[in-house]
Design a protein around this ligand. Structure first.
Ligand code: CTP
Ligand code: CA
Length: 218
């Protein structure tokens, strides 16, 4: 119809996205982190916003511009990310793309000096943000995790689906050159089984996932 814009499929939905790594300080000049460019998570946030969703993007330290129409909350550590996620609730869906550091250290106030014999770090486990969301009464209706695996991709992703109470795990085979790159080979693991997608660039993965989310929330 002339003059009427088509209704975007995610209009009225609030979707939470986490992206990028977290940095866990060892001392004022060093940190522990996972490898993550944030590209896939930012592309997903952009694809959801283009479809009309209100998007809260909780981002670890990355060098990427904020996609149009997206509300960005910058964090550094896993615990900050967990708090920002909680503060952004309620959400209709959550897409947890962040490569959260599994451990943190106490964080020394002063720079640790080199010593003969090396050094020992005491690592404490970080909160699992996705599993925390999965266990909440007010859990997002659709809860999606990502799993970057180097082997036994489907097996590990299936175990994470159950362990974290997620609806879908987007399993990502990172045995090749995906880290920081522009393409991705993913498998959507859910209670209904496994759906394997052709290798495509991260923008295409984002669009396909946003379409699947729109269908699931419709
Ligand atoms: N995740 C999270 N909080 C954590 C760790 C992971 O929210 N502390 C989320 C990630 O954002 C991702 C999913 O859980 O959506 C899977 O992350 P992954 O690191 O693959 O899972 P882990 O349970 O940490 O298992 P692994 O031993 O393989 O690292
Ligand atoms: Ca992990």
């Amino acid at each position: 119809e002339a003059g009427t814009a088509p209704v975007k499929p995610l209009t009225g939905k609030h979707i939470l996205v986490t992206a990028g790594p977290t940095h866990e300080p060892i001392d004022p000049v060093r940190y522990i982190a996972n490898r993550s460019s944030g590209k896939q998570g930012f592309a997903i946030a952009a694809a959801l916003a283009r479809r009309g969703a209100r998007v809260s993007l909780v981002a670890g330290p990355v060098a990427l511009p904020t996609p149009p129409g997206v509300t960005r909350i910058d964090v550094e550590t896993a615990r900050e990310m967990a708090a920002a996620v909680e503060a952004a609730l309620p959400a209709d869906a959550a897409v947890m793309v962040a490569a959260v550091a599994d451990w943190r250290t106490e964080g020394e106030r002063q720079k640790i000096k080199k010593q003969a014999g090396g050094a020992t770090l005491h690592l404490t486990e970080n909160p699992d943000i996705l599993a925390g969301l999965g266990a909440r009464k007010d859990r997002p209706h659709l809860l999606i995790g990502f799993a970057a695996e180097t082997e036994k991709v489907i097996e590990h992703a299936t175990a994470k689906l159950a362990r974290k109470g997620a609806d879908w795990i987007v399993a990502n085979d990172v045995s090749g050159d995906v880290m920081g790159g522009d393409a991705n080979t993913v498998h959507i693991v859910s209670q209904d089984g496994v759906e394997s997608w052709d290798r495509m660039d991260k923008a295409a993965v984002a669009d396909a996932l946003a379409e699947r989310i729109a269908k699931a929330l419709a």
